[in-house]
Ligand binder design. Structure first.
Ligand SMILES: Nc1ncnc2c1ncn2[C@@H]1O[C@H](COP(=O)(O)OP(=O)(O)OP(=O)(O)O)[C@@H](O)[C@H]1O
Ligand SMILES: [Mg+2]
Length: 499
């Protein structure tokens, strides 16, 4: 094999009492995809932020192209050919694609003005070389997550990055978009780029990675060739124990219809959506990202207004104009976008969890903080939130642990009807099994659950019945026994008979 392009050893990093990394080693060869694996909070993002100069290590050595280096800021690492795509896309929404690619280093003319036509031309060429068909004058705010990632990759290409780091790039992508991304990653690898790839989807590692390094609780576990490991051995390395059943669905006798949706429409978003949901039932909602599933959930929860149809709860037609009203009717909605809709990032974990139920603890203007703490502790424990304490700010949590706080927050409202939008996105395998176990348990206690998910194994494993949406319409409905991956994909991607 060729020489290392990057070699890190004995890396330590503390954040005010949190030991994020303790003696971690990591190395990279040119032309390899090296996966970084570990549970939520294991230290993956922290390690890559050290490579990119966002954080400085407390101790340890970094050798890049054979020379010891120390990065004081992200610019220093960029100058050395290191580019990163983070868990949340980081484009400037009001700039267009070309401006985002060349931000801070636009090509200029002799007089110093920006050479616009040259810039748009160069952006087009970069996008073409990736096989991406986008107009470089499109504003970033109008791009899907997948398209934003393509722009970030184009930016990495434009600086001729030798090391490209991707932190959970696939968690918000459709299957087709993942294929596109993998094609591009393979193309870059063949051209000699070294790629660091983080994902909680183990099957992706087997498809893409050459080697894998596993972290557990901030400590280095091992580095292996992908041909030397199996799903079981990786899980064992990550969690330190064996996981038996990833989808522990209990059989529950469905009860009365609690939620009925009739011909629900919202102009421009979805049309004629009808379904029922029973007590104790888990109803899966499959489809591609953008099929309108989140729009339906938001409308039922009173976030967006409907333009047609009606919602019936426990046999009573209801008008839901706000989330507060929805909550009074026993509904809860866990949104997919934790950063923007689910959490108040600068606030403590406990306040985030108890936010929707604060009125319960307030009597005559006094807040019963003891009660509040207890509720928050219960919910956080149930969700296995990993943090230094409930006083920690949500902003400081790892991505997966933020997601767990969102789930804990809605569980604390003890809803009768729970709508979950991509409940396990960004959650590690061990916790995922715990979340699935919890869903199953809640259903057996009579909770009705509508679960939107883009992950087919999750849909197939957890649902009693499955709805499929495509372009704002229901295009398929299957029972647990008749559903297959193929049938769902067909309904999600092609116009098939209306149900
Ligand atoms: N800025 C910060 N301040 C305080 N603690 C932090 C900060 N950044 C990370 N941590 C802590 O460091 C630990 C490692 O977090 P990190 O984000 O590296 O995990 P991760 O492996 O990327 O997890 P995930 O899979 O959930 O994204 C966590 O306990 C996290 O709370
Ligand atoms: Mg992370």
């Amino acid at each position: 094999m060729a020489d290392h392009i990057l070699s890190m050893s004995n890396i330590y990093k503390n954040f005010a009492g949190v030991r994020a990394l303790q003696g971690v080693a990591f190395d990279l060869y040119p032309g390899e995809v090296h996966a970084l694996l570990g549970e939520n909070g294991a230290g993956k993002s922290t390690l890559i932020k050290i490579i990119t100069g966002v954080h400085q290590p407390d101790d340890g050595d970094i050798v890049l192209y054979g020379e010891p280096v120390k990065f004081d800021d992200p610019r220093a690492s960029q100058r050395q050919g290191i580019a990163a795509i983070y868990q949340e896309p980081s484009l400037f929404p009001d700039l267009d694609i070309a401006e985002n690619i060349f931000v801070g280093r636009q090509p200029t003319r002799a007089g110093g003005q920006v050479a616009w036509s040259q810039m748009y031309h160069a952006a087009s060429e970069l996008l073409n070389s990736l096989g991406v068909h986008l107009d470089p004058r499109t504003k970033a705010r109008n791009l899907s997550v997948a398209q934003q990632q393509m722009v970030e990759i184009a930016r990495a290409l434009s600086v001729q990055a030798k090391i490209l780091i991707m932190d959970e790039p696939t968690s918000s992508l459709t299957l087709a978009e993942v294929d596109d991304l993998f094609r591009i990653v393979n193309q870059l690898r063949d051209a000699g780029t070294a790629i660091v790839f983080i994902s909680h989807r183990l099957e992706e590692l087997f498809e893409l990675a050459d080697r894998v390094t596993v972290l557990r609780d901030g400590a280095y576990v091992d580095t292996k060739l992908i041909s030397e490991v199996t799903t079981e051995s990786l899980i064992q390395m990550m969690v330190g124990r064996q996981l038996s059943d990833l989808f522990p669905k209990l059989d529950v006798e469905a009860g009365d219809i609690v939620l009925q949706v009739e011909c629900l429409s919202r102009d421009g978003a979805f049309q004629d959506v009808s379904f029922t949901l029973r007590q104790g039932e888990i109803l899966g909602m499959a489809g591609l990202v953008g099929a309108g599933r989140t729009d339906v959930a938001r409308a039922i929860f009173g976030v967006d207004a409907i333009t047609g149809g009606r919602v019936i709860i426990n046999g009573q037609p209801v008008t839901i104009n706000s989330p507060q009203q929805a909550m009074r009717l026993g509904l809860a909605y866990v949104p997919e976008d934790r950063q923007h809709h689910g959490l108040v990032l600068p606030m403590h974990i406990s306040h985030n969890i108890t936010l929707p139920i604060l009125s319960e603890f307030a009597s005559q203007g006094w807040l019963d903080t003891g009660q509040e703490q207890q509720s928050a502790t219960e919910a956080a424990t149930q969700m296995e939130v990993k943090a230094a304490g409930l006083w920690q700010r949500v902003r400081e949590l790892s991505g997966g642990n933020q997601q767990k706080v969102v789930l804990a927050k809605w569980l604390a409202t003890k809803p009768r009807i729970l709508i979950l939008d991509e409940p396990t996105r960004g959650i590690d395998v061990g916790t995922k099994a715990a979340v699935h176990g919890l869903m199953s348990q809640l259903a057996s206690q009579g909770m009705a659950i509508l679960m939107i998910s883009s992950e087919l194994p999750e849909i197939l494993g957890m649902s009693d019945r499955i709805l499929v949406m495509r372009e704002g319409r229901l295009t398929g409905q299957f029972s647990r026994t008749e559903a297959t991956q193929e049938k769902i994909m067909l309904a999600a991607t092609q116009a098939v008979e209306q149900v």
